[in-house]
Write a protein that binds this ligand. Structure first.
Ligand SMILES: NC(=O)c1ccc[n+]([C@@H]2O[C@H](COP(=O)([O-])OP(=O)(O)OC[C@H]3O[C@@H](n4cnc5c(N)ncnc54)[C@H](O)[C@@H]3O)[C@@H](O)[C@H]2O)c1
Length: 261
């Protein structure tokens, strides 16, 4: 028996990274998954590998309300209903606040913050109609603490925590639990663009990255996307049946305090 037998879950940004691992793990635990992303080739390949009976890919830009409507229709056509959502899609831009062009700020808000809002707005009524379920939003530890040069991103991730709390309050009576994950550094193309072209990553670059995490993360290493997927599974499945409205930090201890070692 899987932990998500009979569940139907939409996962955004599922073509790679954490979203891909969430789709693979959820399907392995018995769920049917609708993968949404803007990376069509990769997204379709992941869905194909998982298997047509359990997974379907649709192109969706999470900042477009019409794409959400199309994704909801596709999920219902393929799997009959929807009772879960993982708002995972996100983008990161490095910049000092005073140097950030307004357009860049607005682009990050559109994907991270508006995307999560539209997900809740579009999918919650479907989850309610299915008899209840879960929404998991992907915030970040920068949603809880500051980090220089990611001001725009941090603002959207803090906003996602606000959305999570309010959605939990408003949706509890409709049988929907809403929680958020706050990952620290995770080894995906977002935190480690070298992964997009591993052949060109020098041994020095790899070692510099490993050394950074050895110094700043108490557990001494970067997180793996599979580890975040297991938290998403916990928050989507019955193991978290009495939990709603909460942020869950998953960061190897990075936020526990100031490291002097
Ligand atoms: N990697 C980290 O260190 C880290 C830390 C904390 C939080 N997060 C968050 O985790 C989530 C997943 O990121 P990841 O680490 O897997 O990075 P990633 O860049 O590998 O994956 C992000 C996915 O989102 C997709 N995406 C981007 N814009 C989109 C849009 N408009 N519509 C639909 N899909 C879109 C991308 O194509 C990609 O497949 C993000 O919300 C990110 O902010 C990541």
């Amino acid at each position: 028996m899987g932990k998500l037998d009979g569940r139907v879950v939409i996962i955004t940004g599922a073509a790679r990274g954490q979203g891909e691992q969430e789709a693979r793990l959820f399907a392995a635990e018995g769920a049917k998954v609708l993968l949404g992303d803007v990376l069509d080739e990769q997204g379709a390949a992941v869905a194909k590998e998982i298997g047509e009976d359990r997974a379907r890919y649709v192109r969706m830009d999470v900042s477009r309300e019409e794409d959400w409507a199309a994704a909801v229709t596709a999920a219902k056509e393929s799997f009959g209903r929807i009772d879960g959502l993982v708002n995972n899609a996100g983008i990161l831009r490095f910049n000092e606040l005073t140097a950030t062009p307004l357009e860049e700020f607005q682009q990050v808000v559109q994907v991270n913050q508006v995307g999560a809002f539209l997900g809740i707005k579009s999918v919650a009524p479907e989850i309610e109609a299915a008899g209840g379920g879960t929404i998991v939003n992907t915030s970040s530890y920068t949603g809880l603490t500051g980090m220089a040069y990611v001001g725009t991103y941090a603002a959207t991730k803090a906003a996602i925590l606000g959305l999570t709390r309010v959605a939990a309050l408003e949706l509890a009576a409709r049988g929907i639990r809403v929680n958020a994950m706050c990952p620290g550094a995770v080894d995906t193309p977002m935190a480690n663009p070298g992964l997009l072209d591993p052949g060109n990553m020098t041994a020095e670059a790899r070692e510099a990255m490993a050394d950074l995490y050895r110094r700043v993360v108490p557990m001494g290493r970067v997180g793996r996307p599979e580890e975040i997927a297991r938290l998403a599974l916990f928050l989507t499945g019955e193991d978290s049946s009495y939990i709603t409205g909460q942020p869950f930090v998953i960061d190897g201890g990075w936020m526990a305090g100031v490291s002097v070692l």
